[in-house]
Design a protein. Structure first.
Length: 384
């Protein structure tokens, strides 16, 4: 049995042996893993029942990472597959919408994080609002976000000021910075704008998307023309070395995938072709990496998932064949993890997180080999 399958089975065993000690976040990600390991339907329903029991609708955490939006994404996924969660999904849609409206009215400028902020929840609402027109609340949310991004100095308003910088970043960014990354920065916001544009076909939304893409192009650097992870506030100096270059979270591939998705959404074929050519030149065929771990966030699994997504969209044969090489790298990296896989309740994230746990290392390969659509997973982890 291949290493990723061994790890998947071992994670399941550890979960069931310790599930009374596990938090709701671990249960959410185990549902995702079991779903893409093609578990029986009743097994999946049992996970959702556990999540429902642990969930409080009075918790004002709407985030797409592990808040109500994440539960709603999972519920929408299961409702699409099994058709048994329409009432629960409607409750979640209403609650996410209420929570986001509260934030938009009170503190929007500090809540723009694609995973944790309003963008994730708003994108969920757009994806699951199955009507040609958007709800009044969602139109309002969109309008308020566009006000920020339409300002003459729009990107200046998205800078992280020095007083809000984490202690371990102060030496790198003494004057603040603009977050250009996918997970928490400007690139991730493109997914919400693209979802909105698919619904409204509004020229204003299209212009904002074009404005963001042009901003990235303006700051490409080096012989390869890659995109920066951060821009200093002082003199807009580029800084890219805070993360591994090939990573999903802040690396070039994650940003390029977001730009490609946005360019495709607005019908910019030339930009799509240019981005594919850039990724091909920079990544495809590469055998030595700055990344060394198997995990999704800043390891081989994230790069694998990006290449898989771009390969499916573009039907580029080189992407599909290179994906097999990355799967081999993941399997090789996992070899050392099999023998030392131990559960500690205070470190359960290291096993069960879909972002930076061992589960995240194997999940993208299971997704590619599952009978279920990869689209659900790709939306949840900011690939679509």
């Amino acid at each position: 049995m291949e290493n990723y399958k061994l790890i998947g089975e071992e994670i399941k065993r550890i979960y069931h042996q310790n599930k009374e000690e596990l938090n709701i976040n671990s249960t959410m990600d185990m549902l995702l893993l079991e779903f893409y390991m093609d578990a029986e339907e009743d097994v999946i329903h049992e996970y959702m029942a556990t999540i429902y029991d642990k969930l409080s609708f009075y918790v004002n955490d709407y985030s797409g990472l592990y808040g109500l939006t994440n539960v709603a994404n999972l519920c929408g996924m299961l409702n699409s597959e099994f058709g048994t969660y329409s009432t629960f999904l409607e409750q979640l849609i209403n609650k996410v919408e209420e929570n986001i409206m509260d934030i938009v009215k009170s503190n929007l400028s500090n809540s723009l994080d694609p995973l944790k902020g309003v963008f994730g929840g708003a994108r969920f609402l757009t994806n699951f609002y199955h009507k040609n027109t958007l709800s009044e609340k969602l139109v309002y949310i969109e309008r308020e976000i566009e006000k920020i991004l339409n300002k003459k100095q729009a990107f200046s308003s998205l800078y992280i000021e020095k007083e809000f910088i984490k202690d371990d970043e102060k030496e790198l960014f003494p004057f603040g910075y603009l977050d250009m990354g996918l997970a928490h920065g400007l690139a991730g916001q493109l997914f919400f704008l693209s979802s909105i544009y698919k619904k409204n076909k509004d020229l204003k939304t299209k212009k904002i998307i074009q404005k963001i893409i042009s901003f990235y192009e303006m700051h490409q650097y080096g012989n390869e023309g890659v995109f920066p992870s951060y821009i200093y506030k002082e003199k807009q100096k580029i800084y890219s070395g805070a993360t591994k270059e090939e990573s999903w979270c802040y690396g070039f591939p994650g940003i390029a995938n977001a730009l490609y998705t946005a360019a495709m959404c607005i019908g910019d074929d030339k930009r799509c072709a240019d981005l594919l050519e850039l990724v091909t030149r920079k990544i495809i065929g590469k055998t030595e990496f700055e990344i060394s771990e198997s995990i999704f966030c800043h390891g081989y699994a994230g790069l694998y998932a990006i290449i898989s997504n771009l390969g499916d969209i573009s039907q580029e044969k080189s992407f599909c064949s290179y994906k097999k090489n990355l799967a081999h790298m993941i399997n090789s990296s996992l070899q050392k993890d099999i023998s030392k896989l131990n559960f500690e309740s205070n470190q359960q994230n290291k096993i069960f997180s879909r972002i930076d746990g061992l589960l995240s290392s194997v999940l993208p390969i299971f997704v590619d080999n599952s009978k279920h659509s990869a689209e659900y997973y790709r939306q949840i982890v900011l690939l679509k």
